[in-house]
Write a protein that binds this ligand. Structure first.
Ligand code: TXA
Ligand code: MG
Length: 352
């Protein structure tokens, strides 16, 4: 299949008209959002959902998020929309928050991976909103990566994974946030966060007075079954062995240098992921700057790009600093820990 690649400037009516035609025929269009690029198809067509799973190489028990452009669409897709969900919609949409509702019959089981609930979000990206509005379609879209690879944060990443597999890619440049939306399940008695993201548990609690985290997020070692099926996959992982090193900065730098020196002495390729602040303190041949800790959205927006870069470099041993401290620390570390298969060295504890 020849994939059409086009710049997603919202002034280019002909580009959006073509993308809309493709979606209406059941085809697939990748598009930018404020979090990561999505791989879109008509959410109400089972055949389009099948095509999405095939293009990604994704297990079809992993449900898709339905993207909408006005809140009215929620009532077409979902039943029993609670008051608290309406508060969330008002406060955070358009934006990086996905809400789980009970689904209506109109949403095919293929889109929801057989679940009787549906995930809905209104993205805060002009090209995404225009695509949804102009096509008149609710767009089911997972992240536009091949299953097992980090989510795409630039059109280049989408091209790497999807060229020749889908009909069209809309290039909107690098995304702003860089990690996927927060998912909150409003079908539970207590609103439950299934996936952390830019919208923090604190922000949701401030609005609703009550929120809890899916226990599987808090205790990954207990091998609990996460309620968002996609959270059980060890995606994001680079091919090399990634380890997080945490503790006091000087000791972290010392330990990472000791480890990479040893690996490099044996002829292995190493890489280090660090904050700009420590950029020049590492010995590794590949020091990957994740951005400044004082502005941790630069870290979230860089993370997946750096994990992909580790593969391009052929890095066999990768060490990353911890990024828990900033406002997005919890969400960033959720992704980084998964990428590291929860391999952590704590330099403070090691001393004891
Ligand atoms: O930021 C985002 O949410 C991006 C952009 C493209 O919008 N999309 C995204 O989709 O991350 P995806 O498919 O990569 O992740 C969707 C997650 C999966 O973990 C899936 O299991 C979960 O949402 N999910 C979807 N529907 C669900 C449902 N009904 N109940 C529980 N989890 C659900
Ligand atoms: Mg994904």
């Amino acid at each position: 299949m020849k994939t059409i690649i086009a710049k997603a400037d919202t002034g280019r009516e002909e580009v959006f008209a073509l993308a809309g035609t493709i979606l209406k025929k059941g085809g697939l269009v990748a598009f930018p959002t404020e979090t990561v690029y999505g791989l879109g198809g008509d959410a109400l067509r089972a055949d389009a959902a099948h095509k999405i799973y095939r293009a990604k190489g994704r297990p079809s028990d992993n449900p898709l998020i339905v993207h909408i452009a006005d809140t009215g669409s929620v009532y077409e897709l979902a039943s029993g929309v609670p008051k608290e969900a309406e508060l969330l919609m008002e406060a955070f949409w358009p934006g990086p928050l996905t809400i789980i509702f009970h689904k209506k019959q109109i949403v095919p089981d293929t889109t929801t991976g057989g679940l009787d609930t549906v995930a809905v979000r209104m993205p805060a990206h002009p090209a995404a909103l225009k695509l949804i509005r102009d096509s008149g379609i609710c767009i089911a879209a997972p992240s536009a990566n091949l299953s097992g690879r980090p989510s795409p944060t630039t059109a280049r990443h989408v091209i790497e994974d999807m060229n020749g597999r889908i009909d069209m890619i809309l290039d909107g440049g690098p995304v702003g946030i860089g990690i996927e939306s927060t998912i909150v399940d409003m079908t539970e008695e207590i609103p439950t966060i299934l996936r952390p993201g830019y919208i923090s548990p604190g922000q949701i609690e401030a609005l609703l007075g009550n929120v809890r985290l899916d226990p599987a997020l808090e205790h990954p070692e207990a091998l609990l079954r996460p309620k968002a099926p996609g959270m059980k996959y060890t995606h994001y992982a680079p091919r090399g062995e990634l380890t997080i090193v945490e503790g006091k900065t000087d000791r972290v730098v010392e330990e990472i240098n000791r480890l990479t020196d040893a690996h490099e002495a044996q002829g292995h390729v190493t890489a280090v992921i660090c904050g700009t602040e420590n950029r020049y303190r590492y010995h590794s041949a590949h020091v990957l700057d994740a951005g400044s800790r004082s502005h941790d959205i630069t870290v979230s927006s860089a993370l997946y790009r750096l994990l992909r870069e580790c593969d391009t470099l052929g890095a066999e041993y990768i060490y990353s600093e911890s990024f828990i401290d900033g406002e997005m620390g919890y969400a960033i570390m959720n992704r980084l820990m998964k990428a590291a298969g929860h391999r952590i060295i704590n330099v403070e504890e090691d001393r004891i």
